[in-house]
Write a new protein. Structure first.
Length: 258
């Protein structure tokens, strides 16, 4: 009887510890999501701000702060199976991927790879251990390393969300008189859509759900390019953004009826 009680207490302690860790990871994921969204809002200002480098530097500082939160997640998961806690951290990681890939696109006009993202999520710190032996008066330094690997599904979902931000960037660019960026974004979004189309319904359920949203974003950007090409000379630049917004609402209504 006593053995059964001690076993039950041990199981209870283990479950409570795991539950507490799960809740801490959920909170960290929320913090990562909030800070990543703020970074995305900041990066959208780049279409109208005169100082591009200043915004990029500020966004890098914000992303570094997000990575410090991810470092705490990696520390929580030391010795644990990440997939047991994946649902707790997945939303935050997807939002971080969206923010970091948006910044990467603005800098390089290309898509960041999952390998490059994972390389940014390797954290090292020197751990000093004092030695009391007479033969050594200096501290021994040990290198502590933590890392968190983004799963392929989280990467795909983050990239799918990126397309929505690129669509907004297209409309903002046109509103500021930039008529080259929409065509550039249209080609880039078409490449992403083609890549997702190869996956289709054979991939994870969450990815196939995002395909519809991705198609919507692509349609809006291609519609903007069409309007620029056909009627760009007729419509004053300061009115182009309003025209695109109206057409985007019409597309949304038509797809809702179909």
């Amino acid at each position: 009887m006593e053995n059964n009680l001690s076993d039950q207490k041990a199981f209870q302690l283990e479950l409570d510890t795991r539950h507490d860790k799960y809740e801490r990871l959920v909170k960290l994921s929320r913090d990562i999501t909030i800070e990543s969204k703020r970074t995305i809002f900041l990066l959208h200002r780049i279409t109208s701000a005169p100082n591009r480098e200043e915004i990029l530097n500020e966004s890098e500082a914000k992303l570094e702060a997000v990575r410090q939160k991810i470092k705490q997640v990696a520390q929580e998961l030391v010795g644990e199976d990440m997939y047991q806690f994946h649902r707790a951290i997945s939303p935050g990681l997807q939002e971080y991927i969206e923010a970091v890939s948006f910044q990467y696109f603005i800098k390089t006009r290309s898509l960041i790879s999952v390998k490059e993202i994972n390389e940014q999520l390797i954290f090292t710190m020197e751990d000093k251990e004092e030695t009391n032996t007479p033969s050594s008066n200096s501290d021994d330094k040990q290198l502590c390393t933590w890392s968190l690997k983004v799963t392929p599904v989280d990467y795909l979902l983050g990239v799918a969300d990126l397309t929505g931000e690129l669509m907004r960037m297209c409309i903002n660019s046109v509103g500021n008189g930039d008529i080259d960026t929409p065509f550039e974004l249209s080609q880039f979004l078409r490449q992403i859509y083609d890549g997702f189309s190869y996956i289709g319904n054979t991939g994870p359920y969450e990815v196939s759900k995002k395909l519809y949203t991705l198609k919507q974003s692509l349609a809006k950007v291609e519609n903007a390019c069409y309007t620029l090409k056909v009627r760009g000379s007729e419509i004053p630049k300061h009115m182009l953004a309003d025209v695109f917004s109206t057409k985007s609402e019409m597309i949304d209504r038509e797809e809702g009826l179909s």
